[in-house]
Design a protein around this ligand. Structure first.
Ligand code: ATP
Length: 608
């Protein structure tokens, strides 16, 4: 069963702390009443001509003390309650992040990054708002309004209280309505400013293209349009703010009008004293803020509920790839014997299967190469092996056990994968290579970099292995990124190594050196290499060719060549390409005419 509440659970958990904050706030509210009472007494004594200097000074001191007490208790209560809201804030972000870590790649494929960011930032801060201003203001409003009204009724006059209070609910309604409108308009202003910022950013980033295509005037026009829009949004916001201010002053004015006219008559008729009249008006001023806040609180609570629902929807999403109930916790590692039996797999929202009836055996310590056209299912096959998606039960086995029986962290910990997308983190090269729960020494890091043939590049950087990489490792070339990813996989010394088209961005010479270096690493490890270049896969113990998700050819390099099918065709075309390139290079070196054979062969290769 998923979580039903975030906020309520937090309040329940911290109920004593909230009760303490509430007590502080109540004391501050009660102290606020002292000032009107003293003011009333002062006025009455003054009117009667009985006020002495000493008495006046005493009243003034008590008033000051009450004011000081209000400030002290109110601010302490506020700090106390606000601290609790920060605890909640941190807890939700933490829960959210931990939950996202559990969710599968499939979940993230169906989400927009902007939405996820907004959940983590806006929705969490709306909930924090509820616990901060929402809870604080509503507690204060309830306590203050209750005790003030009781004081007005008991100490002054019930009829006067009733009639002056009549217009005040309108203040809450106005605050509720305008708060919604003002919030919407503020978001509009933020968005307009965001658009303006993006426009300037894009202009600066693309300045060369703008100039080369003589687009300055068009860019100015677009900027002016966005600028005017931002100003218009700001004007609307200012208008709403002013209108709200004017209308709420009007409501407050009506209340005071009733109080002054009716209260004045009551004083004249001797129903209440002048001091009571003065105290009554002070009570009334005390009420304005909390009544207005009630309207705002209602709105904050509504927005809080919507944000809470969105966050709960994420927190209650069941991860579609998780440890199965059958997972055997006694399995501590994997050996690397892979068996795949009649595996057919379709992506959740796809109509056609990505893999069809695949059966394979890759004995421990041997290598498998997978080749095939773009979209033939090569990556899908290895993604199922690391359970980025769930293969059907009874189709993929490791060391004789269904992979659903193997705990996920054991399975993934035993496999080193160099994914097609060589994502690097914005940290140092060292940390990118040693990206594993296990700590690695400098020797391990350097050795891995040497095998991956990226060591020489790294030591050329001024900070060598401590070089920080920008977002997605932008300061490295595609080939260097691939090789850092290779180092990251091999440093784990996993039982199964998977290279998903990991040598596509390096030249054939570097590829040869990497493959040579990997020979030692691959010894005793099961290796799966996905490649488009025959040169990177030809030495594998077995090679399979995938076509539309099915294995259409299998064997070793020699037997597949003898088969004269798709593999042989790929091989011959690539061979022709290589010959063409070599002749091209010779021609460049000689500065002369290309040989007819070289050109023709290269052209033929490319056409294929
Ligand atoms: N997450 C996904 N959801 C739905 N369909 C997918 C998903 N990932 C891949 N596919 C589809 O599954 C098929 C196989 O994709 P896969 O990435 O395994 O091919 P590939 O052989 O590795 O291709 P490439 O050589 O371009 O890497 C393709 O038709 C692809 O569009």
């Amino acid at each position: 069963m998923g979580r039903k509440h975030i906020l309520w659970g937090h309040i329940k958990e911290h109920r004593y702390a909230y009760a303490f904050g509430f007590a502080l706030l109540s004391i501050s509210c009660a102290l606020q009443l002292v000032i009107p009472i003293l003011l009333g007494t002062f006025t009455d004594r003054l009117e009667l001509g009985e006020l002495t200097y000493g008495e006046a000074a005493t009243i003034a001191v008590w008033m000051m003390a009450a004011g000081f007490g209000v400030a002290l208790f109110r601010s302490t209560g506020r700090i106390y309650l606000f601290r609790l809201s920060r605890v909640l804030d941190m807890r939700i972000r933490d829960d959210l992040f931990k939950h996202w870590e559990k969710l599968s790649t499939h979940y993230f494929k169906n989400q927009r990054v902007g939405d996820l960011m907004s959940y983590a930032i806006s929705d969490v801060s709306v909930i924090r708002d509820v616990t901060m201003s929402g809870i604080f203001n509503s507690l204060e409003a309830v306590v203050l309004i209750t005790i003030t009204v009781v004081a007005m009724v008991t100490a002054v006059d019930p009829l006067l209280t009733f009639l002056t209070m009549l217009p005040l609910p309108l203040l809450s309604i106005l605050a509720y309505r305008f708060n919604r409108r003002i919030q919407k308009e503020s978001a509009g202003v933020q968005e307009a400013i965001g658009d303006l910022t993006s426009r300037v950013q894009e202009f600066i980033a693309g300045i060369r293209v703008v100039k080369a295509f003589v687009q300055e005037r068009e860019q100015s026009r677009l900027f002016r349009r966005d600028n005017e829009h931002a100003v218009a949004m700001n004007r609307r916001l200012v208008k709403s703010n002013s209108l709200f201010g004017a209308l709420s002053s009007g409501v407050v004015g009506v209340s005071f009008l009733v109080s002054v006219v009716l209260g004045g008559i009551m004083v004249l008729r001797g129903r209440i004293t002048l001091g009571e009249f003065v105290a009554f008006n002070s009570y009334l001023s005390l009420l304005m803020g909390p009544i207005e806040n009630l309207g705002k609180v209602a709105n904050t609570m509504q927005r809080g509920k919507a944000s809470e629902n969105r966050l709960l929807a994420i927190l209650n999403t069941e991860p579609d790839v998780a440890d199965d109930s059958c997972a055997d916790a006694s399995i501590r590692g994997i050996e690397g014997d892979i068996v795949i039996r009649n595996l057919t797999f379709r992506y959740p929202e796809a109509h056609e299967p990505a893999l069809r009836d695949i059966s394979l055996r890759v004995p421990k310590g041997t290598s498998l190469a997978i080749v095939g056209r773009v979209g033939s299912g090569k990556s899908t096959l290895v993604h199922l092996l690391v359970r980025l998606y769930n293969p059907p039960k009874g189709t993929v086995f490791l060391d004789g056990r269904d992979i659903h029986d193997i705990p996920l962290n054991v399975l993934r910990g035993g496999i080193g994968i160099v994914p097609q997308d060589q994502f690097l983190f914005s940290t140092t090269i060292r940390d990118n290579i040693g990206f594993d729960p296990k700590p690695y020494g400098d020797d391990d890091i350097e050795r891995a970099a040497k095998v991956a043939q990226v060591y020489d590049n790294i030591v050329e950087f001024p900070n060598q292995f401590q070089t920080a990489l920008g977002e997605r490792g932008v300061s490295l070339s595609g080939g260097q990124r691939q090789r850092v990813s290779i180092a990251r996989a091999i440093i784990k010394k996993p039982s199964i190594l998977i290279f998903d088209d990991s040598l596509s961005a390096v030249d054939t010479e570097t590829e040869d050196r990497i493959l040579e270096g990997l020979k030692d690493v691959m010894e005793d490890r099961t290796t799966i290499i996905i490649g488009h270049r025959i040169s990177s896969v030809q030495s594998a113990d077995q090679i399979v060719v995938l076509e539309e998700g099915a294995i259409v050819e299998r064997g070793d390099h020699e037997s597949l060549l003898a088969l004269n099918g798709i593999y042989a065709d790929m091989y011959h075309k690539q061979l022709l390409d290589e010959v063409g390139e070599r002749h091209g290079r010779e021609w460049d070196d000689a500065g002369g005419e290309p040989t007819g054979a070289g050109r023709g062969a290269a052209g033929g290769g490319r056409a294929g």
